[in-house]
Design a protein around this ligand. Structure first.
Ligand SMILES: Cc1cc2nc3c(=O)[nH]c(=O)nc-3n(C[C@H](O)[C@H](O)[C@H](O)COP(=O)(O)OP(=O)(O)OC[C@H]3O[C@@H](n4cnc5c(N)ncnc54)[C@H](O)[C@@H]3O)c2cc1C
Length: 488
């Protein structure tokens, strides 16, 4: 611990944002970084707790007090090594993670927690700027070949780990570019795509092979890969979108968020897209769903030039403070306000959409809602009930459905004879990531259901260890909680 009194001397200071009217003119990232001195002070706030709850709050088990201390001391290269010992891609989590580590920070009990996520981002950006992140190809190759299907954060983390163990890894991706939801879900204003590209360049130099535009299960039968590779790791995500089966759901203007967002990301990147252009310009937009995807639809619609953007959430409005019954250090369901929310969306809680109404040409013109509440039933899940007499019609010519995902696609599972779980993900235990078919593993959203980038990276790393063990009989690849500091 660098400064024993740091947590008493310095308040939390976060990076700021460019003004709304400036940043909505384009899709670029808009955060304004802190100065180095300020970042060191933020690192000094860490109390190096005897039991670092932040370690267990982080799905990667990041060694947070150690890199905070290195930052406080200005030892940025040391901080880079500590950070990369548990996280392959801190530039993704440093921008996009909701930071469960900060919710578990001991200082957060009665003060603002340490700004761990921002420190993480600055460590990795300093490292890239100074050329400290270089390819680490394996010294010896094992002669074993592994197929990773899907190039989101889970697939990328697993590929890098397995390559470091000396296996030749081929990543199959059906999209035209690598990155999964990092590239086609998350808008550029949250993470510009050159952040993915500079990391991919390093991974290619390490010897990882990327085959894009290959839809496994369609272009190539998964059983062929079983013959060609020593093991297969499925990282295809949870891509089946939840529908809203209400009258009018097929009207023109009722659009799935995951049609709207990927198309926009392709446009920003200059990649051609299929189908009709989806644009919010001049429209009254209603985004149905209050999560990350909904928030990304808000920011994108505002940048298109929507007349109004309203966001519906079926759950009641929480408080910005930790709600009662959700004590530290657990993840609380508090009210979170994203930078997109602050760009001009009206948020409505405890509301359910009952029907869409179209004109004579079948184009959406309004929708009807009702206020709702969750009735508690002893011993059972709460039941959604409508508040009588609260029906309301809203003008709306673009409704974006951001309702989450119901699980994994099934084509590969059918070809390989894989078991699905009750939530329609591919079934595998967190103990070894093995499916019911020998040599076939699964990680990330395709195993755990829709989740977070930090979990995807964590699952990719864990699964890599188990794939390596399966092939070699044992593995030196780290598991979460191995907790040893790298030799510095
Ligand atoms: C709009 C949106 C915003 C989000 N924002 C955040 C955020 O801010 N912070 C956060 O932590 N999380 C966020 N998430 C969640 C996060 O992106 C996911 O949890 C994470 O990307 C899952 O990683 P993954 O590697 O398991 O799968 P994915 O990222 O979904 O990647 C799966 C990849 O597999 C490919 N694939 C699938 N099937 C095949 C096949 N048969 N053949 C070849 N390729 C295939 C897909 O094309 C895709 O590229 C967001 C999600 C969405 C939808």
């Amino acid at each position: 611990m660098g400064k024993t009194t740091g947590f008493m001397e310095f308040d939390r200071k976060d990076e700021t944002y460019a003004p709304v009217k400036e940043r909505i003119k384009n899709y670029k990232e808009f955060t304004i970084p802190l100065k180095e001195k300020e970042l060191k002070n933020q690192g000094a706030r860490c109390m190096d707790c005897g039991i670092p709850f932040c370690h267990s709050g982080c799905p990667l088990g990041n060694l947070i007090p150690d890199f905070n201390d290195a930052v406080y001391q200005g030892k940025w290269e040391k901080a880079t090594k500590i950070l990369h010992s548990t996280n392959n891609f801190p530039e993704f989590t440093g921008r996009l993670c909701p930071a469960p580590c900060e919710e578990a920070c001991v200082l957060g009990i009665n003060e603002d927690p340490v700004s761990i996520e921002n420190i993480e981002k600055n460590i990795v950006e300093t490292a890239f700027k100074n050329g400290w992140i270089t390819p680490e190809p394996p010294i010896v190759r094992t002669g074993k070949e592994i197929a990773v299907i899907g190039s989101g954060p889970a697939g990328l983390a697993a590929a890098q780990q397995l390559n470091r163990a000396g296996h030749l890894v081929t990543v199959f991706e059906r999209d035209e570019k690598v990155g999964g939801l990092l590239r086609y879900g998350i808008p550029d204003f949250k993470m510009e795509k050159n952040v993915i590209d500079r990391r991919l360049e390093i991974m290619e130099k390490e010897g990882i092979i990327f085959k894009t535009g290959v839809h496994v299960g369609v272009d190539v039968n998964a059983t062929e890969l079983q013959d060609q590779f020593d093991a297969i790791l499925l990282c295809g995500g949870a891509t089946v979108r939840r529908k809203l089966p209400i009258p009018g759901a097929d009207l023109k203007g009722v659009v799935q968020a995951m049609d709207f967002l990927p198309q926009n990301n392709r446009k920003v990147d200059g990649i051609p897209f299929e189908g009709e252009e989806l644009n919010a310009k001049g429209k009254h937009v209603i985004v149905i769903g209050g999560g990350d995807t909904g928030s990304d639809c808000i920011g994108t619609s505002i940048r298109h030039g929507a007349v109004s953007v309203t966001n519906f959430e079926i759950m009641p409005k929480s408080t910005p403070e930790r709600p009662e019954g959700q004590p530290w250090p657990f993840w609380p369901m508090r009210l979170r306000t994203s930078s997109s929310h602050k760009e001009g969306a009206e948020r409505v809680f405890s509301i359910s959409t009952k029907k869409f109404i179209g004109d004579e040409k079948g184009t959406l013109k309004s929708l009807v809602t009702a206020e709702v509440f969750w009735e508690k039933v002893p011993g059972k899940r709460p039941v959604l009930k409508e508040v009588e007499g609260t029906e309301k019609e809203w003008e709306c010519d673009l409704a974006l459905l951001a309702l989450g995902f119901t699980g994994s696609e099934t084509s590969i599972a059918e070809q390989l004879g894989l078991e699905m779980d009750a939530r329609t993900n591919i079934n595998a235990s967190v103990m070894d990531y093995k499916t019911n078919v020998p040599g076939v593993f699964v990680a990330g959203d395709q195993r755990r259901g829709q989740s977070l980038i930090v979990w995807a990276i964590s699952e990719g790393r864990q699964a890599a260890h188990h794939v390596d063990s399966y092939i070699m009989g044992a593995s030196d690849l780290p598991l979460k909680g191995d907790g040893d500091l790298p030799r510095l």
